[in-house]
Design a protein around this ligand. Sequence first.
Ligand code: HEM
Length: 382
Amino acid sequence: MYRPVSRTASSLLLLLVVILAPVPGGGASANNREEGIQVPNPGTDLWREVRKRQQPPLAGVKPPLNGAPGVDLWMEIERSKLSPVGSTQVKSVDSGTLINPFGDEWRRFRMEWLVPYGGYAVAGMFLLVVLFYLIRGRVPIHAGPSDKRLPRYTVYERMIHWFIAAIFLFLALTGLTMLLGRSLLIPLIGAEAFSLLASASKEGHNLFGPLFLLALALIFFRFVRRNIYQRGDLTWLLRGGGLIGSRHVPSNFFNMGEKSMFWMLVLVGGVTAVSGVILVFPVLGQGREIMALSHVAHAITALTMILVIIGHIYIGSVGMEGAIEGMTTGYCDLNWAREHHDWWAERCENNGEVITVEEAFEAEGFTPGAPKHHRPAGETAE
Ligand code: HEM
């Protein structure tokens, strides 16, 4: 007998079964939550085969404790350092290499050096900046803020500055998540949330990373002339840029500290960018050793930049009164310019480029680009 109700009921039942049925490979989800995510290693069979090989002990090779897990694999790796193992008809970079001992060295370096010391360095730099602020406090404009302004940065210059700043901060945060996240974030947010964050960080880092190269090129061509070292820069360095002690230290449009930060960014950042491209595009004929070396160079140079930029952000914002105004409005306080970039300020004053706060405000309204006589004197008055 035809019974439409029972057919509907059985369809619903079927739907329920489908929804509740365990996903293949996901049957242990409750256990996984307790024990962490268990993803089967796709190379398990291969490694089991490698471990099974019984070969005579090697002279001069110290195995780890007998019976320790992985002892056979360890011996195999040591043996492969003496003579290459495996051959294949597949022709591509590294295709004949069954075990790459350098890979183990790279992994050890990452886990035993990069991760812990990189983490300490970043934490130490934050601590240093906080300590410096507590001891030294904010550097004030000694003559007090004035009602006069000097044009310092064009709209284009501010735009490329905030472009590189945004890209850099994004890459630094996603990069640090990948480097330190396992140790720092898993205890805080759990393995599943971290796995989502780490894979999003990786995708975002790889996608936006190449933009850093573009930002760096834009910054380089725009600011290079004003960052060439000149007489007087060494004096600035020897007197600690005026931050140490209270003596005034003269400087030009950019001081020695800013110039050094610029060249560090260009040279060290250049290595980070190029090694990043090697890592993102593994189709340029580079083998695993080049990839491992690029990774090490990428991580060390990126960490170096992060440390320097923490200092830059501090001094460009809370660390010094009046510093950020030029980068946000395009105009800087005349007294700030006299106290920190006096050679440049003097030239601007002689060129009649001083304007009032109201004029600066009005000129800002005409963006993009201030009126001609309000343009930064950087180009003409270096
Ligand atoms: C996000 C926070 C940041 C703040 C608050 C900040 C602030 C500033 C300020 C105030 C200046 C102008 C200083 C002056 O007029 O003498 C400046 C210049 C500059 N900043 Fe930043 N900045 C930040 C991030 C970055 C980042 C992440 C980078 C690069 C990775 C960067 C690269 C530069 C460069 C290249 C200059 C010009 C200095 C020179 O060429 O010597 N900034 N920044």
